[in-house]
Design a protein around this ligand. Sequence first.
Ligand code: SF4
Ligand code: FE
Length: 481
Amino acid sequence: ALKTGVQYEESLRKLNLKVYLLGELVSNPVDHPMIRPSMNSVKMTYSLAEDPQHEDLMTATSHLTGQKVNRFCHLHQSTEDLIKKVKMQRLLGQKTGSCFQRCVGMDAINAVDSTTFEMDEKLGTEYHKRFLAFLNMMQEQDLTVDGAMTDPKGDRGLAPSKQADPDMYVHVVEKKPDGIVVRGAKAHQTGAINSHWILVMPTISMQKDDADYAVCFAAPADAEGIFYIYGRQSCDTRKLEGGEIDVGNKQFGGHEALMVFEDVFIPWENVFMCGEHEFSGMLVERFAGYHRQSYGGCKVGVGDVLIGAAALAADYNGAAKASHIKDKLIEMVHLNETLYACGIACSSEGRRTPSGTYLINLLLANVCKQNVTRLPYEIARLAEDIAGGLMVTMASERDLKHPEVGKVIEKYFQGVASVPTEHRMRILRLIENMTLGTAAVGYRTESMHGAGSPQAQRIMISRQGNLEQKKNLAKELAGIR
Ligand code: SF4
Ligand code: FE
């Protein structure tokens, strides 16, 4: 059954997560002022699903049970589902102005479903059946699942089994009659502290020597032996100041954490790959493909907010009528919609895999993400251009509220006379938040490295680009036999 936003929050309180933040063990992550905004973002994926107006995008019909489920728990059954996924992500980016984190689990279940199905067909294993039982529970309880792929990786020039420290990639340390024991860590785990379960996948295509590292499994987020070290974000401690202007986006945010596995026991029923290294590449490629598609939705929604904020800054500065400002806003819209076009294109060109789950067009998904490594930076540059230098030199909220200097701030930071100075400060801080502050993690560096760094897409584009066919087209027209 669908959880409400309130039920989601309650369910998180029942977890017994071990989280370190700023050198301390956090006793109550849900209410911690630095973590809370990221919880609010995930909560929005539940609250919006309650809203009849958004039911079509936010929910879907489970192919397992025929029940209504949150789309984040759904396996895409058509290209229409793939398109709705992107639209849902754009909507949530618009509502939160940040990373709402729940997509990694959705992308993981879709990749694990089709991969385990094909693996079982070829090898006679029984992973798919186990996975469907897990999916059923996830849908039934409307869980947030953290799809965990990226390992710390140590020396990038060495294979997992050749590392000086064998734990640089998550691996199986022991096989028992009733399950496996795993050790290692996953880095930059989006939404880890807001998740009920985690779904761990290998991070690269494994070779025979690395078979112990070809492991995929699910575990409760608070399973024994798992703990988290919360990642810092630029300007994060502003959230501890108690104000609401300087944080830029008071209500919402995202987070990443290092997730550590200290000899964690995983019962066989939750193991979906264990040594089948020849299928690790397929799983990685599909998860990465789905997540590269995802950015054609979420980053576009955040871009919508940034463009709106830049346009407001121009209004408040009295510059909105200048032709170069209008042109810059047009350029920002053009760039943002280019990303959206890629997200929609790779979805509508998707195809059915043998399990019935739809996969995006991988070439177009990689082109989508490659554009995401560039265009948000240009959009952010234009937003900074329009905002003006005050965005980074402006005094604090406490100064604005100070009995004496407050009046000075009011007077000298005023733009257009009809707009309160505070409104101008608020919008500049929001732009700062997305381009330089806590939300820049999601909008900038994650656009670069999330779902794989730029070179990872170029490798996929070179594989999928079909240069030979293009040569033949040219030969044909040039009359070369
Ligand atoms: Fe979802 Fe985007 Fe955050 Fe990834 S970066 S989890 S796709 S909102
Ligand atoms: Fe991501």
